[in-house]
Each structure stands twice: as C-alpha cells, then as structure tokens.
Design a protein around this ligand. Structure first.
Ligand code: ZN
Length: 510
C-alpha cells in the first residue's frame, strides 16, 4: 500500500534532519510526499482517549502487514517520547543583517556574556520546476536547553529585552517510539509499532464523526492519547481552512486572495512546527483552523481551484509570511512594531485607501485627526470595528490593571511608542502608588479586556475610561474587511494581495 514518495528537499539545516529509515522516521521530518504533481502533507485531525473505536476501516497496515477490518479499537501500550531540546532565539535577522551577521552576533555576545550563533530555520525545497525557500535567519544562544531550563531562561531574557522577540524553537534529538494494541472486530489483537496506516474505502468514523476516503495515520502520544492524522493534498486542506477565515458571501476574488494567504502560510511553516509529532500541521489556530465536519461549499472549492498552487514570494523565491487581521482601520502596521521581528519591506504599513494621507499616525495629534475621518478600504457598513468607542469604568480598569501589577488607582495610560498605524506597542500604566511599562500591542490589548486594537486614544472621564480607536487585530498584512471591499469593487486577487503585501510576487508552484 505504500505510495511512491519523493523527498524533495535539496537542503535541510541540521535541526530538521531525520533520516528516512522506515516510515515512522520519515513522518518526523520536513519533507512531504507528492502524488500526481500535487504536494501532500500530513495534518493532525483529532485526539482521542485510549480505547477509541474506529469504524469503516476497510484495511490497515501494522508492522508492514496489511490487515482487513471493519472496526478497530486502539489502545496505547507504551510510549517513549521524542527527545527534544530548545533553541533560544534572540532576534531575527533582516535581509541586510544576514549578509553580515557577525556584528550583530558580537553585540549579543558582549551584552549576554554567552556564546551565540547564526541559526537557520526552514529549508530550500523544489516543487515541480520551482524552487522555493522558507528559511529564516536568527541569532540564537549556542547551547541547547531542556524544557524547564529553557522556560526560566526565556523569562529572564524577556525581562532584560522586552522589545526583542525572545522565543524558543524545538530541536529534535531523537524520535518517539510506541507500542499500540489494536483489537480487530472485537476479536483478534495485534501489537503494532509506532503507527497504523489506515486506508478506508468509505468514510472512516470515530466518536460519531466521519472522514472521507483517504490515507490516515494512527499514532499515540503522551497521556495515553490516540491521534488521527491524514496525508492530504495541500489544496484540499485549504478548502477546509477557508470557511473559518472568510464568510461564504465574500466576493470570489477576496476568497481567492485569502486562499493564497492560507497556502502561503502552510509553505512558510512547513518543517518548522510539530517537529516532535508525526504531522506537519495541526487543525487548531496554532497553525490554521481546519474544519473537518461537513461538506465544503462549492464557492470555497472554486476559490482554491482557481488559485491552485499559488503562493506569495518576496526577494526572488523566498516564501513570504502572509499575516492578516480582521480590520486594519485604514492603515496597516509595520511587522516590526507588532512582533518585534526583523524589518520586512513587504510587511511594512500601507495606507489602505485610494490615496495616501499626509498624516503621521505615530503622533497622537495626527491619529486624533485620522480617527475623525472615515478613511479606509475597510469602512464597510458590516464592519463595526472600522472606528469604535469603548468605555471601561474606573473600578473595572483598576481591577484589570492591578491584576498584572499592583499600582493602585489608574490615573494615566501613556503611549510611549506607536507604530505607523497608531498602534501602541509600548505603554506606561501609571497608578496612584506606582507604575509599569508594557511592551507589545497584544499584551496591551489583553490587559485592557481584549481591546479591539491598540490604535486608540484614551481619556479618563467621569463616565470612566474612554477608548476611541480603529480596526480589529494586529493590523499587519491583509485587512480582511478591506479585501472584501476591494473584491466588491471588482479588484482581482493579485491586486488585493499586492495592496497589503507591497512588492511581492505571486507564483504558481503546481
Ligand atoms: Zn500547529
């Protein structure tokens, strides 16, 4: 039952290498299979408790042997987890910094008194005649950390460098192994190593949910969990991602732009996530939400089919990051001001309208003027977040702010730094007894009861704290409401994407 598999990676940094000795090892690496010119990747569908029963199995492979079955009950018997270490990342390097990273590395070394190195994540891979590159370059601590040790190191570093994207990436040392007990049709028992491959001819079903014909994997993980994943054509996954990201009545060209953004995200993340699990992507927001239940509407399928294989690239063949948010409010934000990443020209803030304005929204005075206008592609009647006003009573805001740090009655929120869209990324919260500084637009929004965006001006009034602002979300990349508006005006998908990701190319991989 094994299909012909081509490993397409031309180059893999050490962190991604797992030799393809047998199927299970193969599952644990960044490469993917290829059927009829179309790339297939593995997506996690769901986790079940030990003893889960799968119906309509048809047949499955266990230790290289094919066994016929109507139903199987699956129980983990043993599990030894993958050995994983953490690589601590200090900063991302821009295109310019990559050319001469030694200066940046030297600065970090001096500042920390620790050895640092250039760390490359991602790979250069080829699909049909195209070569694409999803590598990213970072300065990282040289030594590897165990999980708990990494956590405390991250905490210390984040306190020292609150405006740096200090994070950690998993580095695989060895893969996991397991024994799985399978009871076939309430009768015969089999012990299978590491995984079962299931080939249902009709809908495989478990816990009342059924899944279409396909090539499925059953594996086990920590906590006696049984995991179901599937080897699926990338575009069939995008069909199931789209409905969670955009409504059916959106213009087709808008859906096409969204489909390309979703596909780009998959290729950007390929080989970077879930390294210690036998799938490339999960079905949750962590990767992209995949809706497994129900039939896919034809319009979503059409949007995916008409853009088959298309992804967004920049600087030649480099796969872009393609973030999006619900509503930018008329001006998108520079990626650096939101996630403190390296500079990315295609993710710099743009005016989301016909003509740019002569305003500097990082200045409160200009932002105030801007909030009084209705400027912005996403100014649609259905968009309630283009401009907004939120009131938080004094008592409530005191409890929100003091739950982070005791500062007494809040008297002032000082915007210490705003991005090009007016989004605050550094704010001082001043109370009667003390104060604190908070970095990051998301942290600031979360602290303020999940404020729609941090592009706001706040005033303390008798009524309470009044927040007047614009947009919903981080503001980087595509404004989905803006994309809907452009689609309604008859703009094509490539126009829409190039508005929000300036200077990119759209290429067709397959
Ligand atoms: Zn994920």
């Amino acid at each position: 039952m094994k299909r012909n598999i081509l490993i397409l990676l031309l180059f893999l940094p050490l962190a991604l290498i797992a030799e393809a000795n047998g199927e299970f090892e193969f599952l644990h690496n960044a490469s993917f299979s290829f059927h009829g010119g179309i790339p297939y990747i593995r997506a996690h569908i769901a986790s079940y408790a030990s003893g889960v029963v799968f119906e309509n199995v048809s047949s499955f492979d266990c230790n290289g042997r094919s066994i016929e079955a109507k139903s199987i009950m699956v129980k983990p018997k043993s599990f030894s987890p993958a050995e994983v270490r953490q690589k601590i990342i200090l900063q991302e390097l821009s295109l310019n910094e990559q050319r001469d990273y030694s200066k940046t590395a030297e600065k970090w070394k001096k500042s920390l008194g620790e050895e640092v190195e250039l760390y490359v994540r991602g790979a250069l891979f080829s699909i049909n005649k195209s070569t694409v590159d999803n590598r990213e370059y970072f300065i990282a601590l040289k030594r590897l950390f165990a999980d708990q040790e990494a956590e405390s190191k991250l905490k210390t570093l984040r306190e020292l460098y609150p405006d740096k994207p200090i994070t950690s990436f998993q580095v695989m040392q060895s893969v996991s192994h397991s024994e799985i007990e399978v009871t076939v049709d309430n009768d015969k028992k089999y012990n299978c190593s590491d995984l079962l491959e299931v080939y249902p001819e009709n809908g495989l079903s478990a816990a009342g949910v059924s899944f279409p014909k396909g090539h499925y994997f059953l594996t086990v993980s920590e906590g006696e969990r049984v995991d179901l994943s599937v080897d699926a054509a990338v575009d069939s996954l995008i069909e199931r991602i789209l409905p969670g990201e955009m409504f059916l009545s959106a213009p087709l060209e808008t859906l096409k732009a969204q489909a390309i953004a979703a596909r780009t995200d998959i290729f950007m993340q390929l080989g970077k996530r879930h390294l210690n699990e036998p799938w490339h992507i999960c079905s949750e927001v962590h990767c992209q939400k995949i809706i497994w239940n129900g039939r896919i509407q034809d319009k979503f399928k059409e949007a995916v089919a008409q853009t088959a294989g298309m992804v967004i690239t920049h600087n030649g063949n480099q796969v872009a990051r393609a973030p999006y948010c619900s509503s930018a409010g008329g001006r998108t934000e520079d990626v650096r001001n939101v996630w403190f990443t390296a500079e990315k020209p295609y993710l710099s803030g743009v005016w989301d309208g016909e003509k740019p304005l002569k305003l500097d929204l990082s200045k409160e005075r200009d932002l105030k003027k801007f909030l009084e206008t209705d400027y912005g592609e996403d100014n649609l009647p259905m968009n309630k977040r283009h401009r907004w006003r939120v009131v938080i009573p004094q008592e409530e805001i005191d409890s929100l702010v003091n739950s982070y740090k005791k500062i007494g009655t809040l008297t002032e929120i000082k915007a210490l730094a705003r991005g090009v869209s007016g989004r605050i990324y550094k704010a001082e919260f001043i109370g009667k007894s003390s104060s604190f500084v908070m970095y990051g637009e998301l942290n600031i929004r979360k602290l303020l009861n999940n404020m729609f965006s941090s592009a706001f001006i706040s005033t303390r009034t008798e009524e309470g704290w009044v927040f007047e602002g614009m947009g919903w979300g981080h503001g980087v990349g595509m404004s989905q409401m803006g994309a809907v508006s452009l689609g309604k005006k008859g703009k094509k998908f490539d126009y829409i994407l190039k508005r929000y990701y300036p200077g990119v190319e759209i290429i067709k991989l397959y």
